[in-house]
Design a protein around this ligand. Structure first.
Ligand code: GLC
Length: 614
């Protein structure tokens, strides 16, 4: 089958391609045979796939091939403590792609080397889930710029040493994507790209064991479409049609779509909703073995055609399901995976003023294969999902649902909380689905009325950022958090968004706050400068690299977390509103205050220390 790939390559590319094929084909072929090998036309399909990969290989621009070579020589490049991510909506951060390019100096000043721009491809007309309903993978959203603007942006970012990460929404397409339109017009091949059922029989059988992602605004997992004469699978909103990966045409088309984007200079793909790629009756159709086989096959293809590219799994699933998304040494899968449990557990620790759940998450976090890392973060464009923590929240024998519901209520502002947030999509006020809000509002900045309250809120924000920066991961900042931006309520005035409180945390970049970023007499200045300092310290310590060893120290009181990185770096974090003491062994240096410390250290409420061995 590899002949078909090699045949379409120019002579000069063939030896290298043959080498990469020799390494990846023994992995790829059995994976695809496992998924599609039963089909009579499997060999022909595979040959065509290989030829299409060959064409994409030839089309890869020389500068990206050079990048591939550089990264192949240093496969752990993205594990460095010098890597820092930033995530933003194009329209909110820069207005359009050119506006984002104009902000590159700001990103560099912050130390950012990885920029995740939320969906910027042509979305569905009308409501489109913040761009997560894509109608063309080959076209930039005209409201944000042109394909030429994207090419220019990736070139500028690359020159600045910033890798562009783009969402690749591979679980579903918009109901006005060409395939959906053709399916509605009666095209049988297009219809076969989706899961379509003539009546409720099979959907009802699936519904018995399926969960609900948006139980309030998009209940159920199937949508009746008149033009299809039946029900189509829609895990998310009714206008997001799930793709049917049991059909090999879907896999081949999506792999090619991703590589076409890679050839435009996108260096990292955030593979959206990866847990849902394969459906199986009698299960919740998440984390199925075939979903992993599909991702491993995509990885093998990337390793052949564009080995400089990274795949990032967005799978918001319980901790025990997470490591599989990074694969193993024999069967690599994604390079990066969101550690949503770590993120959520940091917030739980604040709400509970105790680190039980957080410690349990850290204990459940296994070491990773080489050249793979967690992604750590404080906030993102989605809600903080509490249900991923079910196992950890009942590790003490208690009722995890009640415990997490309490946390959700806390961030909704109840239970005497300083937080101002919103519960997301809970069908039952006592259940914990998720919580929305900007970090500053959830940590008490918005409700603060005194300098002291503001100082505590800032400490809480820094504490969570300190965890993300020192855990041993690729940390990604969420636009606005570096300036302590608060909730944005303007979505309530937009009828298409008013029912989805995730818009609370999707504000427009605040130019005024940005102007004050060096002024430590202002809140944005305090936040920005303190965060920038942590970033600078992190860059100096290879003990903080993603793959450097991490040990959870058991001798800290419950309100605190003590995390050693190797034997030369120590992070102490007080998640409680009470002072906590910790007895240091030996001499240490406080990296932030730049002074020696030793003996018993008292941590003020929500204080954090980053210590290096003297
Ligand atoms: C992912 C995105 C989320 C979106 C969903 C459906 O979870 O992060 O914003 O709604 O996928 O595409």
């Amino acid at each position: 089958m590899s002949d078909r790939l090699l045949a379409v390559l120019p002579d000069d590319l063939r030896p290298q391609a043959a080498q990469r094929l020799a390494a990846a084909e023994p992995v790829l072929r059995p994976l695809l045979a496992g998924l599609y090998g039963e089909r009579a036309d499997f060999d022909a399909w595979l040959g065509n796939l290989m030829e299409s990969l060959g064409a994409l290989y030839s089309a890869r621009p020389p500068e990206l091939r050079a990048l591939d070579a550089q990264r192949a020589a240093q496969p752990e490049w993205f594990l460095s403590q010098r890597m820092l991510g930033y995530c933003a909506y194009v329209q909110n951060f820069g207005g359009d792609l050119n506006g984002v390019a104009a902000r590159i100096p700001y990103l560099r000043e912050l130390g950012v080397s990885y920029l995740h721009l939320l969906p910027f491809l042509r979305p569905r007309a009308g409501e489109n889930d913040g761009g997560f309903a894509v109608s063309s993978f080959d076209e930039v959203d005209p409201a944000l710029g042109s394909n030429a603007d994207l090419d220019a942006l990736t070139t500028q970012l690359r020159a600045a040493g910033v890798s562009l990460c783009s969402d690749f929404i591979l679980n579903h397409v918009a109901d006005d994507h060409a395939w959906a339109q053709a399916a509605k017009a009666g095209d049988a091949e297009a219809r076969a790209m989706f899961h379509v059922f003539p009546d409720r029989d099979i959907p009802d059988r699936h519904e018995r064991t399926l969960g609900q992602v948006f139980p309030q605004v998009a209940p159920g997992n199937f949508t009746h479409v008149e033009a299809l004469g039946g029900w189509v699978w829609t895990t998310f909103y009714p206008y997001q049609w799930d793709l049917n990966y049991a059909n090999p045409a879907v896999f081949a088309e999506m792999a090619a779509a991703m590589l076409r984007l890679a050839n435009r200079g996108i260096e990292v793909f955030r593979l959206d909703s990866t847990a849902f790629l394969w459906k199986r009756e009698g299960t919740n159709s998440m984390n199925q073995p075939e979903a992993h086989q599909l991702l491993q096959a995509l990885r093998a293809i990337v390793d052949i055609v564009a080995p400089g590219v990274l795949l990032k799994a967005e799978a918001i699933v319980p901790t025990r399901e997470l490591p599989a998304y990074l694969g193993s040494a024999q069967a690599p899968e994604c390079h990066i995976a969101y550690h949503s449990s770590l993120m959520a557990a940091g917030w739980v620790a604040l709400a509970e003023q105790g680190t039980g759940v957080l410690r349990e998450v850290i204990r459940n976090t296994p070491a990773l294969p080489a050249a793979a890392t967690w992604l750590s973060y404080v906030r993102c464009h989605d809600d903080i999902g509490w249900n991923v923590l079910r196992a950890e929240a009942s590790a003490d024998g208690g009722d995890s649902a009640a415990r997490l519901a309490r946390v959700a209520r806390f961030f909704g502002g109840a239970e005497g909380s300083y937080a101002i947030g919103a519960a997301f999509q809970s069908t039952d006020p006592n259940a914990a689905h998720g919580s929305n809000g900007m970090a500053a509002s959830l940590t008490g900045l918005q409700s603060a009325s005194t300098d002291e309250e503001r100082a505590l809120a800032l400490r809480r924000m820094l504490l969570l950022h300190g965890l993300a920066l020192s855990f041993g991961a690729l940390p990604v900042l969420y636009m606005g958090d570096e300036l302590a931006m608060e909730n944005d309520y303007s979505y309530l005035q937009r009828p298409q968004h008013a029912m989805d409180s995730r818009w609370l945390q999707r504000p427009v970049f605040d130019q005024q706050r940005w102007k004050h970023r060096y002024d430590v007499s202002t809140v944005p200045g305090m936040m920005h400068q303190a965060l920038a300092r942590l970033v600078r310290i992190r860059r100096r310590h290879d003990a903080l690299a993603a793959n450097a060893p991490r040990t959870l120290l058991a001798d800290a009181p419950d309100g605190m977390l003590a995390l050693a990185r190797g034997d030369r770096f120590l992070t102490l974090m007080n998640f409680s509103g009470q002072p906590q003491s910790y007895a240091l062994q030996g001499g240490w240096r406080d990296c932030v205050a730049e002074q020696a410390v030793g003996g018993t250290l008292v941590l003020e409420p929500y204080a954090m220390y980053w210590l290096e061995r003297e």
